[in-house]
Design a protein. Structure first.
Length: 280
């Protein structure tokens, strides 16, 4: 959906966009989210635990494998492997104060790790660590058709030693505001089908500038999703489009998406995102 997620409630994936999104979740969830992008190969494992009276908690582990590098000796023989990875461990809490208002927080421990196996393992891992907080809120309006407003501030606090500059740089704080609107007037023309349209604005002053994102989600019988989105130009990336498909069968939910155009495509990459969720 072009990353228009700040006002959406997509389950465990929403934690990374707006922690408030799980505030009204009713079912426990165990999920794995896999991605392959220009940045590397990522895997996130998340467990979401809602309660009736005390809000929703979640624990997530996100590992981005940037790519292995071989270590060779003076004769060109491989003697070890360098494993650069970015790791985020996040604890989340969200609470629906009313039927319309929810708020949430993530507390994240972030590591830039360079591990090594083989003859270089005696050097020990190189680890840069930091901590950060995400804050978010969502509010449901009820006039004419369901409209949800969302706002989130991500990566508050902390700094990390940059691999590019070898200096301690602040984490890329982002402010995002957006809305998700159900086009209810289409109900009279299309049976068992919902259409949701979203838009969001992101301001990352020290990391990419401003960006506008648009997305749609067409839902058939509450189980089949056809999604499309658009990411406007920012300093990190040219404009790009996205397409996605989702299917729920019983307790299992499967989603797949990919993007087209922009920096990843220019570098021969084919970004793909896959999620498998189990609700119980």
């Amino acid at each position: 959906m072009g990353q228009t997620m700040v006002a959406s409630k997509p389950g465990s994936e929403g934690i990374w966009w707006n922690p408030a999104s799980i505030g009204s979740q009713k079912e426990k969830e165990l999920a794995i989210h896999h991605s392959k992008t220009i940045a590397g190969v990522g895997d996130a494992l998340t467990f979401v635990l809602p309660t009736h009276s005390f809000g929703t908690t979640a624990l997530s582990l996100n590992i981005l494998n940037i790519g292995d590098q071989q270590v060779t000796d003076e004769f060109g023989q491989v003697v070890g492997v360098i494993l650069p990875r970015d790791v985020v461990l996040a604890g989340s809490y969200a609470l629906a104060f009313t039927r319309r208002l929810a708020a949430g927080i993530n507390y994240k421990v972030i590591q830039l790790r360079v591990d090594c196996s083989g003859q270089c393992s005696s050097v020990g891992p190189e680890v840069e660590s930091s901590r950060a907080v995400d804050l978010g809120a969502q509010y449901d309006l009820r006039f004419g058709a369901p409209l949800t407003l969302g706002v989130a501030v991500r990566n508050l606090g902390g700094s990390l030693n940059s691999r590019e500059t070898n200096q301690h740089d602040p984490l890329p704080t982002q402010l995002e505001m957006g809305a998700m609107y159900r086009l209810r007037f289409l109900d009279r023309y299309v049976k068992d089908t919902e259409v949701h349209a979203g838009a969001s604005y992101i301001d990352s002053r020290d990391f990419g500038g401003e960006s506008l994102r648009l997305g749609t989600d067409l839902i058939y019988q509450g189980k089949v999703h056809l999604r499309a989105g658009y990411v406007g130009h920012d300093e990190r990336n040219d404009a790009s489009a996205s397409l996605g498909f989702g299917l729920q069968s019983g307790s299992f939910v499967f989603d797949i998406a990919r993007t087209f155009g922009g920096l990843p495509a220019d570098n021969g990459q084919t970004p793909v995102y896959v999620s498998l969720r189990y609700l119980f």
